[in-house]
Design a protein around this ligand. Structure first.
Ligand code: SAM
Length: 215
């Protein structure tokens, strides 16, 4: 009850007040128990307006960033969605509330294992997780109407663009190692339409089509 009240406050004061208005996204943010995806010691900060550490030098994103990226995917319920960077699994759970099937790739095995356990406990049956480099996408399951990258990339990885059908949307932070622009790339009949949704700051997307691990 206390957590549900904290979630309602989070939705009003952090999301609605900043312009998130997709009713389905707001409902998902009210429903998903974010506190289950953070470390025990940080549970009382689970609904605060900032990212939190999840171990392995990675983070669970700020609630507003999760909502903004999710809203940009414009999910209606029947989509197949690819997520790169499972992390804690929180964003995955939000997507699982809003689309038909979610495929999510994480390069750090321990995070993927932990996310799987929590997603199972919460009953998200429409989520498939894989450990590996997500910058090449998931060719065997492509195309995806929605692709979301939750780590910052130097460029837009071409394999992800190739796995978008006409009408598909890709949301990805692109920039240097410290600050990025959140880009929405939509594949239209006539080509790709790119929209800049504003500045952001993510951990690095490491991999073949992202940052090289030793650079
Ligand atoms: N969406 C997550 C959540 O809700 O907790 C937050 C993700 S965190 C900001 C970014 C994640 O991307 C990290 O867990 C990191 O290990 C992962 N990552 C970085 N490069 C990757 C790659 N090439 N493939 C898959 N995952 C990657």
């Amino acid at each position: 009850m206390e957590f549900a009240a904290a979630r309602n406050r989070m939705v009003e004061s952090q999301l609605v007040s900043r312009g998130i208005n997709d009713a389905r996204v707001l409902e998902a943010m009210r429903n998903v128990a974010r506190h289950r995806f953070v470390e025990e010691a940080l549970v009382n900060q689970a609904y605060s307006d900032h990212p939190l550490p999840i171990g392995e030098k990675q983070t669970i994103s700020q609630p507003y960033m999760v909502a903004l990226m999710t809203e940009a995917l414009e999910l209606k319920g029947r989509e197949k969605v690819l997520e790169i960077g499972t992390g804690s699994g929180y964003q995955t759970a939000i997507l699982a509330e809003l689309a038909e099937k979610i495929y999510s790739i994480e390069r750090i095995r321990s995070l993927s294992v932990k996310a799987r356990r929590i997603l199972d406990q919460l009953g998200y049956l429409n989520v498939v997780l894989k450990v590996g480099d997500g910058t090449s996408g998931w060719k065997d399951e492509a195309p995806f109407e929605g692709i979301i990258v939750t780590a910052g990339s130097p460029d837009v990885p071409q394999p992800l663009v190739d796995q978008l059908p006409v009408g598909g949307r890709l949301v990805i932070p692109v920039g240097d190692r410290y600050t990025q622009s959140l880009l929405r790339i939509a594949r239209e009949e006539t080509g790709l339409k790119k929209t800049d949704l504003g500045g952001c700051r993510f951990v690095n997307l490491l991999g073949k089509h992202g940052w090289k691990e030793d650079s």
